[in-house]
Design a protein around this ligand. Structure first.
Ligand SMILES: C[S@@+](CC[C@H](N)C(=O)[O-])C[C@H]1O[C@@H](n2cnc3c(N)ncnc32)[C@H](O)[C@@H]1O
Length: 276
């Protein structure tokens, strides 16, 4: 039986596809321990008008724990609204809910936005969201991203410091690169977030580079990357470009249409996804 709305055949989802569906209904069609990595950003605090859709983050956390493989990772990008001078702390509530259903809070990373407008007269301008990294047990994959060190070449290095506090120094070569810190910075807006103009018909797109950096860090080629609230399809697009399998779902048909258009741009005509 084919359910046109979901394009689910015999109750089985097809990977490398994007569906229009409530993510909780959608995840019920996915078997246990199926997904390698989730990179997603939920709606929070009514900050944007997503046509009034609500979502149950406790139940979503539970379902994600069921469908993610042991050692799999969920990257959850979320911020906080300020209501009458009071931060909502929704981000923390979400993180605690994920911990309660069994996830490790492997890291609390920061997504720093390079170009944020000044917003509050009595506080510093907020320029970040959290990128919680939840894992089912210890992450099975970690391909650390590197960055250039400030200094390189030969230098006198501290060596063999003992309890007497005396530093010996020897000539050594400094590393040219080091593992990045857990604060990642991205430009936002056209040319930063993405060059796909159509993506901005969605109100809250996250940067392609952010999705790609997590995909490269926590998955390998051929792995399955899922975004249960895929919006304009950023995670699906970056998974495809980086030779991962992808699966996306969003409750709003107009966003699914955008996601499909963005992904189709990278697929041969005979492989293109159709809009149901
Ligand atoms: C912050 S946006 C995601 C944006 C996306 N990361 C991107 O780059 O375009 C959150 C999305 O969640 C979707 N959404 C809200 N409730 C949902 C639900 N119950 N099931 C699936 N998607 C839902 C909204 O339609 C919205 O597109």
């Amino acid at each position: 039986m084919v359910n046109n709305k979901l394009n689910i055949i015999d109750n089985k989802i097809k990977i490398n596809n994007i569906y229009c569906c409530d993510c909780l209904d959608f995840m019920q069609t996915i078997e246990d321990d199926f997904v390698d990595l989730v990179v997603t950003s939920p709606p929070y605090d009514d900050l944007r008008d997503y046509k009034g859709y609500l979502f149950n983050y406790q139940q979503i956390a539970k379902e994600l724990y069921r469908i993610i493989k042991p050692g799999g990772v969920v990257v959850w990008v979320v911020g906080d609204k300020i209501k009458k001078g009071n931060k909502s702390l929704t981000s923390f509530r979400h993180a605690l809910a994920f911990q309660e259903v069994g996830f490790n809070v492997h890291d609390t990373m920061i997504y720093r936005k390079k170009n944020t407008p000044f917003m509050r007269s009595n506080a510093y301008t907020n320029c970040f969201e959290f990128m919680f990294v939840f894992s089912k047990g210890s992450p099975k994959t970690f391909n650390p991203l590197k960055e250039k060190t400030a200094r390189s070449g030969m230098e006198m290095l501290v060596h063999n410091k003992k309890s007497d506090g005396i530093n010996k120094k020897i000539l050594g070569r400094l590393n040219e690169e080091k593992t990045k810190t857990n604060i990642w910075e991205y430009a936002v807006g056209l040319g930063g977030t993405t060059n796909d103009k159509i993506a901005f018909n969605h109100p809250a797109v996250f940067p392609e580079k952010l999705a790609q950096d997590h995909i490269l860090s926590w998955s390998n080629e051929g792995d399955l990357v899922f975004d249960p609230m895929c919006g304009s399809g950023t995670t699906c697009k970056m998974a495809l470009i980086n030779n991962r399998n992808y699966l996306g779902c969003d409750i709003a048909q107009e966003y699914v249409d955008i996601a499909i258009e963005r992904v189709n741009h990278y697929l041969n005509k005979d492989m293109q996804l159709s809009i149901f």
